[in-house]
Design a binder for this molecule. Structure first.
Ligand SMILES: *Cc1c(COP(=O)(O)O)cnc(C)c1O
Length: 353
């Protein structure tokens, strides 16, 4: 019998969440499946989201795999190419790529092909991460339009505050001003903008986190948004311990019982991707009942309170997140975000679909 930890990926929830995007927008949908489909498995996710109009990722090899599996949609490389040797593959597999810097335009000069590349010109509208400054856009656009290798150009930008009170208005203004000069397709919206700001939808929306069933907002739950969680991380209790008042639990004795208690040891630790910084009190469900993490998370194990769950014991199922326990709840407790937890699940955790 293998170690009892696993992730379960609910493909029908992915379909539900894609459908939810369709209900919210009439723009084309570029499903973002970077980072191994936010930790859910690239091909598994693509299969469930096959009705999307495109897929966005980082690695050329991932895009090539999708093409070879028969996906005919737009496949967008979010950081574009890194070297001129990438260009031949991009053309051969008809991949679309972001162009965010002048050095990438210069690499095009080494590419002999004609009208074979679709590019997404990325504008830095205020996030100051990737993209041409607004004042550089017209020169970049001119170089691309003149270039014999370029077929179609889409205008793209990314929001830094779409999930917060500050919103998108100043960045949207920058994009709209640039967009007014060119009659080309536009793409701006991540999940948060897609859900909250219809004016950002443009021609292509780029949802990521909402497809995986988590809310991009701190103040609105996934359920309120009509989203279904896709990933469940679960394991089992492999040992129990009875504590007396004063007994300590785990490394550094970070938890100390102030009364008699019963605890369970769960086969899940930070080497599985559970956040090491989750504090005592972080919610876990044992046999569907709420309880809490006690003490420091170790590499392969963590401890839970069973004092109020007399029926629970060795073999009981433990949900670390997913199902009735929103991943956002665990993320907030560990002072991180759901994205981080999804991507952190490690390769040793088997997947069940
Ligand atoms: C990751 C990413 C997205 C998706 O963002 P979510 O917040 O997960 O919806 C969209 N656009 C770009 C450029 C990204 O890198």
């Amino acid at each position: 019998m293998p170690r009892p930890i696993q992730i379960y990926i609910d493909q029908s929830a992915l379909e539900n969440n894609l459908h939810r995007v369709r209900q919210v927008t009439s723009a084309r949908i570029m499903a973002v499946i970077k980072a191994n489909g936010y930790g859910h498995g690239l091909l598994r996710v693509a299969e469930a989201l096959a009705a999307a109009d495109g897929f966005a990722m980082l690695d050329i090899q991932d895009a090539v795999r999708l093409r070879e599996q028969g996906y005919r949609q737009t496949l967008l490389l979010l950081e574009g190419y890194f070297d001129k040797s990438d260009l031949a593959l991009i053309a051969e597999y008809n991949l679309s790529c972001v162009i965010h810097s002048q050095w990438q335009i210069q690499l095009l000069d080494a590419y002999p092909g004609r009208a074979t590349l679709d590019v997404w010109l990325k504008v830095n509208s205020g996030m100051h991460r990737l993209g041409f400054a607004p004042a550089q856009v017209s020169a970049a656009m001119e170089s691309l339009r003149r270039h014999p290798a370029i077929r179609e150009i889409t205008l793209m930008s990314h929001f830094s505050h779409a999930d917060e009170a500050r919103g998108v208005s100043s960045q949207l203004e920058v994009i709209n001003e640039i967009g007014a000069e060119y009659r080309i397709a536009r793409s701006m919206a991540n999940s948060a903008a897609l859900l909250r700001y219809p004016a950002t939808h443009g021609d292509w929306v780029r949802p990521g986190i909402m497809l995986y069933g988590a809310s991009p907002f701190a103040d609105t739950s996934a359920r309120q948004l009509g989203l279904k969680p896709v990933m469940t991380l679960s394991s089992r209790i492999i040992a129990t311990q009875d504590l007396s008042a004063g007994d300590e639990v785990g490394y550094a004795g970070q938890f100390r019982a102030d009364r008699a208690m019963r605890i369970g040891v769960v086969a899940c630790g930070y080497a599985d991707g559970y956040p090491r910084h989750a504090p005592t009190g972080t919610q876990l469900n044992v046999d569907g009942q709420k309880t809490q993490l006690l003490g420091r998370v170790s590499m392969d194990m963590l401890c839970v309170d069973l004092t109020h769950l007399p029926q629970a014991g060795e073999g009981s199922t433990v949900t670390l997140w997913g199902g009735d326990l929103p991943i956002e709840t665990v993320a907030a407790s560990a002072k991180t975000i759901s994205y981080d937890l999804m991507c952190a699940v490690t390769a040793r955790v088997p997947v069940r679909i």
